[in-house]
Design a protein around this ligand. Structure first.
Ligand code: UD1
Length: 440
């Protein structure tokens, strides 16, 4: 994928209204789930982002028929027919471009009793083992699941048949919960997942599968019970939930630019971990039925606070870098504890070049508030870090460049258009223009 940069002239407070797109992490799980049903389905409110394009290509590469159309409001509608799938092998290079490709393990096990998948990719923020996924499949009777026996980066599993089991996870894992749920939906008997993750997109994948004929109870709690069914008839339309992380990023963007933005098409309860922290810091966060308005009252002082990331309903790790930008512009000291990933502060040197005063001690960032960011040329080290740098650049005076911006487009639909409509001065520049601009 070719790389490009975002050029941002900062200092413009964001004002107005913005609509949130469908959830990246939900649609990636739902697309994998769609590969194991026995009839066609239609997915609505699909975000137009590059991770979805990669996943759609991956699904087509195993034979799925997928047609896309653009809905009047700009989202994507996918017409999916998985009956043309002709292989349980997804071993092409594109598998390694995204994390969620590993959901095809669960989906192909459910469909064929066999799966052969290249090890997944995704953002690099520390070790990303899949031992819990493999443990779950193993308990359900899948063979070939010793992670040390992964050959040439390809995992091959067989289970004839796949049987329901009691699966206890000693760490809460979003991916392992979804993967085992997928495999269990068509296994013989009942599977109980104990200490399951509770993220909104887990509920969305379960709701999708139930709409297609599955019997899943308890998604959204820490115990999920799945009674396997032999056939998932499908023939249903399903609309993807709004993206909690995109919504949170716009809430933070509004706040750090000193703006006043109403963010629509979100589920306010999903935003509670962030809304509560923002209110604690002194921002106003007004909830509507499916919107939040973020602004600061004149004369109010924004103060620092402590945040710890943890699985839902805790503070999402995927909003950690953006929240650090928020804390940088608060008065006094703040702390950010990263409890989910072992190495998710790689963007801190970039933010430091924009004037941030942050000391990192392993999983804790100690933040000393600053008045303003300064413009700089910085690198998007990963998807959410890139979004955080966009927020910082919009809050800085002067012109910043965020290189590697293709990483940001993995998870943000039309970010340039959406921010521009709110009054930001942001555009995409290719590498040649970037070099000319920087030299000039
Ligand atoms: C998903 C999200 C990612 C988010 C993360 C945590 C997708 C495509 N990605 O990633 O954006 O940051 O949830 O909310 O939905 N772990 C193990 N063994 C395993 C699996 C996980 O030890 O087999 C550990 C991980 O190293 C990590 C923690 O569990 O420390 C949580 O990981 P997990 O919830 O599985 O994250 P992902 O599903 O990969």
């Amino acid at each position: 994928m070719s790389s490009y940069s975002y050029k941002i002239n900062g200092g413009h407070p964001l004002h107005g209204d913005v609509n949130i797109s469908g959830s990246k992490n939900a649609v990636l799980g739902v697309l994998a789930a769609a590969m194991m049903i026995d009839g066609p389905c239609v997915l609505e409110n699909v975000p137009d982002i590059s991770d979805v394009k990669v996943m759609v290509e991956l699904c087509r590469s195993i034979g799925a028929t997928i047609e896309s159309e653009i809905a009047p409001e700009g989202s994507v509608i996918l017409h999916i027919d998985p009956r043309t799938i002709n292989t349980y092998k997804a071993t092409g290079a594109s598998v390694s471009k995204i994390r969620a490709s590993y959901y095809l393990l669960g989906a192909m096990l459910a469909r064929f009793g066999k799966a052969s998948i290249r090890m997944p990719g995704g953002c690099n923020f520390g070790q990303r083992p899949i031992d819990l996924h493999l443990k779950g499949f193993s308990l359900m009777g899948a063979k070939g699941v010793d992670p040390h026996e992964v050959e040439g980066g390809i995992i091959t599993l067989t289970a004839e048949p796949l049987r329901g089991a009691k699966v206890f996870f000693d760490i809460v894992s979003v991916g392992a919960t979804i993967n085992v749920m997928l495999a269990a939906a068509k296994a013989e008997g009942t599977t109980t997942i104990i200490n399951a993750a509770k993220e909104p997109h887990i509920v969305d994948v379960a709701n999708f599968l139930n709409a297609m004929g599955a019997k899943i109870k308890g998604a959204g709690t820490d115990t999920i019970r799945i009674t396997g069914v032999p056939v998932l008839p499908g023939n249903f339309s399903y609309s993807i939930i709004p993206d909690q992380i995109e919504a949170g990023t716009y809430m933070i963007a509004a706040a750090v630019t000193g703006g006043d933005v109403t963010i629509h098409n979100l589920i306010p309860t999903h935003m509670e971990p962030l809304s509560a922290k923002m209110r604690e810091m002194g921002y106003c966060v007004d909830e509507g039925d499916d919107s939040v308005r973020v602004y600061k009252e004149e004369g109010s002082v924004i103060t620092g606070t402590n945040i710890k990331t943890s699985p839902y309903p805790g503070f999402p790790t995927d909003l950690q870098p953006q929240a650090v930008v928020l804390l940088c512009l608060a008065k006094g000291f703040s702390k950010m504890h990263e409890n989910v990933w072992s190495n998710r502060f790689q963007y801190v040197p970039e933010l430091t070049r924009m004037g941030a005063n942050i000391n990192c001690l392993e999983r804790v960032a100690l933040i000393n508030g600053i008045e303003k960011f300064r413009s700089a040329t910085v690198i998007a080290t990963d998807l959410r870090a890139g979004a955080a740098l966009v927020c910082a650049a919009m809050a800085a005076d002067g012109t910043s460049y965020i290189t590697g911006a293709n990483k940001i487009d993995r998870g943000y639909e039309n970010i340039v258009q959406k921010l521009t409509s709110l009054g930001a001065d942001i555009c995409r520049v290719d590498n040649v223009e970037f070099e000319q601009d920087v030299e000039a």
